[in-house]
Ligand binder design. Structure first.
Ligand SMILES: CC(C)(COP(=O)(O)OP(=O)(O)OC[C@H]1O[C@@H](n2cnc3c(N)ncnc32)[C@H](O)[C@@H]1OP(=O)(O)O)[C@@H](O)C(=O)NCCC(=O)NCCS
Length: 176
């Protein structure tokens, strides 16, 4: 696990994202039909999350199961809960997720970033992280951190995250 940080020095220093239409509830994503076919996809920060559906998404990338009661509590106490949905027929299907905890003033930490394997490597993860960062920046949070599995450090690096900035080390305490 590597600790990464993205520090913004000015309030205007936000990233672009690929969103085309902002409706508040649903931020529709412009997708390349060559990659996505005729999929309709939107991002949201206020769509309610079914914990069973979330755990199925986590299963799809091989993450260990977590007690649903704790997952529900973690969602309730997160500062930002963001999700990606495929809109098909009359239903929306959860295909991506991330959340952030925060002190509401200076710092936020991003957790549980996941894109369903069927939608990976199409640029969605990058656009989604930019979406999250823009949401945090719009609330004037200037220090965004996360813990990266070793195999995804380069994914976060290309978004501007820096491992161990100025030699700062993330430190962990685990119960024995
Ligand atoms: C990591 C993850 C969120 C990336 O989402 P994605 O939609 O597949 O990524 P994108 O298609 O937006 O890729 C964006 C860029 O990151 C790179 N990238 C994607 N996955 C990467 C990985 N695992 N390692 C290194 N680089 C990666 C891509 O090559 C791409 O680079 P480019 O812009 O130069 O072409 C997704 O693969 C995933 O959910 N993985 C399983 C869960 C996981 O490991 N989550 C992170 C826990 S810390």
């Amino acid at each position: 696990m590597v600790w990464l940080q993205k520090l913004f020095t000015t309030k205007t220093e936000t990233d672009n994202n690929t969103l085309s239409e902002h409706s508040g509830e649903r931020d529709w994503v412009t997708v390349d039909p060559k990659m996505f076919g005729n999929c309709k996809i939107f991002f949201s920060t206020n769509q309610s999350i079914d914990v069973y559906e979330l755990e199925e998404l986590c299963d799809s990338v091989g993450w260990a199961r977590r007690p649903l009661r704790k997952v529900r509590k973690a969602l309730q106490h997160s500062y930002l809960v963001a999700s990606i949905w495929e809109f098909r027929g009359a239903r929306s299907y959860l295909i991506g997720f991330a959340r952030a905890t925060s002190d509401h003033a200076f710092n936020a930490t991003i957790w549980d970033v996941v894109i369903h394997p069927r939608f990976q490597s199409k640029g969605l993860g990058k656009a989604f992280m930019r979406y999250m960062i823009n949401k945090l920046r719009s609330n004037d949070i200037s220090n965004v951190t996360l813990f990266a599995d070793p195999q995804v450090v380069d994914f976060y690096r290309c978004l501007g995250f820096i491992p161990d900035p100025e030699g700062i080390k993330g430190m962990f305490w685990y119960p024995e």
